[in-house]
Design a protein around this ligand. Structure first.
Ligand code: HEM
Length: 173
């Protein structure tokens, strides 16, 4: 991936401005609330019964921070995101493949919504959730940055997310 100076500066700037403790939990909560079937991946989080339960669940908040720390690694290694995420991609693949509790997503429904070719249904379901989480992250970051989230900044952030998503998918192939 080739980054322009503007993109590099913008990604670093975004991550210096956002508060991980706010953005991470808000992005995951948003994903779990807006796409409730994604909750099936996080059976271990306990009470996800409604929006209030999700936003006040300490495990959701903690995991939100963990995801942001993962993203920070990508920010610090922008020229090497794929290699940086090799281990993390494997971990997701293994964690999510071996734990059927995490994996019983409404797959048939997902396949209809997003009919793309993929190695198998489980991987496909993960790819969909990954994309949705990325979308939620973009919305939360936009709401945090306000006017600073210009179309150019948005484009740079989407590109960054696309590289992150493809790097996390990598070990599934
Ligand atoms: C764990 C990052 C998306 C499910 C983790 C960990 C990190 C991380 C850093 C902790 C790894 C460790 O313990 O060494 C990310 C990033 C994501 C992302 C940066 C995307 C931007 C997802 C998605 C799912 C998911 C989409 C589910 C569909 C999990 C699960 C764990 C985990 C189940 C293990 C939790 C545990 O056992 O404590 N992730 N993740 N992640 N992630 Fe993700």
């Amino acid at each position: 991936v080739a980054w322009t100076d503007f993109e590099r500066a913008t990604i670093k700037d975004i991550f210096s401005k956002i508060d991980y403790e706010v953005v991470g939990p808000a992005a995951i909560s948003r994903c779990l609330i807006v796409y409730p079937w994604t909750q099936r991946y996080f059976a271990g989080f306990g009470n996800l019964y409604n929006a209030a339960a999700i936003t006040s669940n300490p495990k959701v908040a903690a995991h939100g921070k963990v995801v942001m720390q993962g993203l920070e690694k990508a920010v610090k290694n922008m020229d090497n995101i794929k290699a940086t995420f090799t281990e993390l991609s494997t971990l997701h693949s293994e964690k999510l493949q071996v734990d059927p509790d995490n994996f019983m997503v409404g797959n048939a429904e997902l396949m209809v919504l997003h009919p793309i070719n993929c190695v198998d249904v489980e991987s496909h379901a993960f790819f969909v959730v990954l994309q949705l989480l990325g979308d939620c992250l973009a919305i939360v970051v936009a709401s945090q940055l306000g006017k600073d989230f210009s179309p150019e900044v948005h484009a740079a952030f989407q590109k960054f997310l696309a590289v992150v998503v493809s790097s996390l998918r990598r070990q599934y192939y």
